[in-house]
Design a protein around this ligand. Sequence first.
Ligand code: SF4
Length: 349
Amino acid sequence: MILNNLNETELRELMSTIGEKPFRGSQIFEYINRHYDYNIDDYELLPKKLRTKINGQFHISSIEILEYLSSELDSTKKLLYKLEDGNIIEGVLLEYKHGFSLCVSTQVGCRMGCVFCASTKGGLVRSLEPYEITSQVYLTEKEFDINISNIILMGSGEPFDNYENTMKALSLLHAEKGKNMSYRNMTISTCGIVDGINRLKEENKPINLAISIHSFDDIERSKILPINRKYNISEVLESARDYADSTGRRVTFEYTVIDGVNNRNSDIELIKNSIRGINSNVNLIALNPIKEYDSKRVTDKSLYRFKSDLERQNVNVTIRRELGSDISASCGQLRREFLATKEGCTDEV
Ligand code: SF4
């Protein structure tokens, strides 16, 4: 049994089942999720006999920061984390005026096949356990002695393809006796898994939702995001509308601008009509080329012109600030490059 996969209630129950007082479970929960202390021998509030007993029966698993790259232009850091089974995942730490934000992974690799994403090129290796998601946050805070105020699940993996573990991890991060992070500071980014969006809506939590849309034309979108063949744009928009209406949260449509493909005049009209009446924001991203996808980055001029054109149509639109552009390996690229240069990696590259 991995103790850092459990919430406080589960830890209290676990203590009861081994004949201990339930409050010991609460103490263990705090050591792990508030103090980020994964060494049971350190738990001085617990009698030594109990620590030995727990060590003999249970386990606290960990991950480690393998290496990180620091931007010389700003304080962005790209991190590689090593999991206990040797698999590698990637994260990005960003500093904004309002605090630190961490881009978190939910799977090793990904099976969604979005064409310009490096994370999917080796397919899905496996989904992460809750502790492997929370540990990315805890470990990064400890490493840099910072408080991470926001997380965005936009690292490798599709969060809704690992629904239960993702939600469990978010609830651990939210726990009052743990990090106590507000759900409002958490963003789930999906490529458009409608069942997942609908399920999240039923959770009734004010979690932010970002949808990688990239095109509002079904034919074009299916070329970029194979998931569109399963859930088409009208289904995605309907679920987004329901989500925004029921949670009161503004949905973000992530829109990677691919020059000549989705920034034509016809796209402006299409965007405006598609999102009409949805409490939403379109976040434009300049395509970060990867070697597996042959397309050039849109020029700043085209990008800003596209933004102005959308604003004239009363579309809420932003441009994602490019941070750490000197270490700008796009999603999953750093991991793939690392694996390609190491012997004995477990991933196909
Ligand atoms: S963009 Fe996200 S969902 Fe799409 S392949 Fe990459 S990791 Fe998976």
